[in-house]
Design a protein around this ligand. Structure first.
Ligand code: XMP
Length: 508
């Protein structure tokens, strides 16, 4: 096992991710994790993360010197390198200018950390202090144009330090460097798998929750679905899942979700059909932000009411993923609200519940892998993202039951075509939008004056940026014909060819 001590870098979780990608177990602990506990963990290696402070700031996080006496290999990254330096009689000084971004390093002396790394490569730097005096018995292993000391090592003690960040994708051979550390230097075996993640999460949740009740808002999306199955394994009948149907779901969606969980997992799912209430609150509303706020608030209201019926609930499960964590930290307070996202965000504060976030350190693909391991049907695992407010933001203009039904029929045709033609998996997200205008058409000998549907399909890796998907014309023609032929009230189909930015993925 590799122990990562966190000194506050925004990249710490990425170190864990890189190590997990190589099937080695790693654990992140605060830099305050006591030395006694570190010994008990018996790590095969320790990584000291980066951090935002300077080692000479009076309140900067320190390290117990005893860590260097344990006989365990240590890799210091950025701030970690500086700790390694000042604790071994070296010196660190502030630079005139912060070095930030890509830099080219050249290897000056090759050690085990740089095995199979080319003499020159690109790395990602982000630091304000430099090593100016080498710690005792260390050598310099690489340099860059801006700094004569980019990495150092003491091979006999197995201490290594790098000024750059091997854990970020911009560092060309970063993964190889981390692999060199965990395999060649620490002798770890690649035996950590999703099964182990599941087992240890279950253990951890059991210890935390005891006999208390846990509540979960089950939307049917990948994250909440996988969380529900995992939690059920850990706390069994103490898990209460609530599925709030806001009436903005796709065709048969709520029924399918509930059936899947009841049939396959014996899960206790409470189905709240609140579609009438949501529809009445949304009556006459056309402003997108207002729609989003009404749905978010009503959702919380209903969920809270239901939860209150169980008196002894202590915990709320949230399917928070690692990108949610970084994003909320790095842009806190600075960003403009483009769209008010609806998730169960307001719940924990309002309800005074403790949180369980089993996927806080994971990325979506990792959650999918866990879902597969837990036996969730592939069709659930591979689902495109679906926004919390559902079809409400895809029925532009006023939302009525009739208009929702039109969109549901259209969407079903579009999705089935994507699946039939094996295109669904190539797309990050695809959906249809009902526009708030009518256009003239001709059907048989008659004039029609009916709705327009816009189809949207995008590729993306994280939803932050996106490009429109290049369908072939035949596919588009076929879907368009089917929709107009089969869905009453639609006489025109258009395809959205805007990328994000400057457009967004959803239309509202
Ligand atoms: P936009 O439209 O902002 O969407 O480009 C980016 C991704 O987020 C999804 N989305 C939401 N997800 N609650 C969610 O959980 C929401 O309120 C929400 N609004 C948009 C959108 O479908 C896309 O995947």
């Amino acid at each position: 096992k590799i122990l990562i001590l966190d000194f506050g870098s925004q990249y710490t979780q990425l170190i864990a991710r890189r190590i997990r990608e190589s099937n080695v177990y790693s654990e992140i602990h605060s830099h305050e994790f006591p030395i006694q506990k570190i010994k008990e963990e018996k790590p095969q290696g320790i990584i000291l993360s980066g951090g935002p402070m300077s080692v000479y700031d009076s309140d900067s996080p320190k390290i117990d010197k005893e860590i260097f006496e344990l006989g365990v290999p240590i890799l210091g990254i950025c701030y970690g390198l500086q700790l390694l330096t000042i604790n071994n009689n070296g010196m660190v000084e502030p630079a005139e200018k912060r070095e930030y971004g890509k830099a080219k390093i050249s290897i000056t002396q090759r050690d085990d950390l740089f095995k199979n790394i080319p003499d020159e490569s690109i790395v990602w730097m982000s630091h304000g202090d430099y090593v100016t005096k080498l710690p005792e018995n260390f050598i310099v292993t690489s340099k860059s144009e801006n700094s004569p000391i980019c990495s150092i090592s003491n091979s006999s003690k197995k201490f290594y330090g790098v000024q750059f960040h091997p854990e970020v994708a911009h560092t060309e051979f970063g993964k190889q460097i981390i692999d060199n550390f965990i395999f060649n230097i620490c002798n770890c075996k690649p035996d950590w798998t999703t099964i182990n993640f599941i087992d240890s999460s279950i253990e951890e949740i059991k210890n935390k929750v005891g006999n208390n009740k846990v509540i979960l808002a089950l939307s049917g999306g990948v994250d909440s679905s996988v969380a529900a199955v995992l939690l059920h394994k850990a706390v069994k009948e103490n898990l209460i899942c609530i599925h709030v149907d806001h009436g903005m779901m796709r065709k048969n969606e709520s029924a399918d979700i509930i059936k899947m969980f009841k049939d396959n997992y014996d899960l206790n799912v409470i189905h709240i059909d609140a579609s009438e209430l949501f529809l009445s609150k949304l009556k006459g509303v056309i402003d997108p932000e207002q729609k989003r706020k009404i749905i978010g608030n009503t959702f919380i209201e209903i969920f809270e009411n239901e939860a209150r019926k169980f008196h002894d609930v202590e915990y709320l499960v949230q399917g928070t993923l690692y990108p949610d964590v970084i994003e909320s930290v790095s842009v806190k307070g600075k960003s403009v609200t483009i769209k008010t996202h609806h998730n169960v965000g307001g719940l924990p504060e309002k309800m005074n519940l403790k949180l369980i976030e089993p996927f806080r350190e994971l990325f979506k693909d990792e959650v999918r892998a866990i879902g597969r391991e837990l036996g969730l049907p592939e069709i659930f695992i591979k689902r495109h993202p679906f926004p919390g407010p559902g079809l409400a933001v895809r029925v532009l203009g006023e939302i009525t039951k009739e208009r929702l039904d039109i969109l549901r029929d259209v969407d079903e045709i579009f999705m089935n075509e994507l699946i039939d033609k094996n295109i669904y998996d190539k797309i990050w997200q695809a959906f249809s939008v009902l526009l708030p205008i009518q256009t003239v058409g001709v059907m048989g000998d008659n004039r029609t004056y009916e709705n327009v549907i816009a189809l949207r399909a995008v590729t993306s890796t994280d939803g932050m940026t996106a490009d429109w998907f290049r369908f072939d014309y035949e596919f588009l023609e076929n879907v368009s014909n089917k929709i107009i032929r089969m869905v009453r009230g639609v006489n025109r189909v258009v395809y959205d060819i805007s990328s994000k930015p400057p457009a967004t993925i959803e239309w509202e």
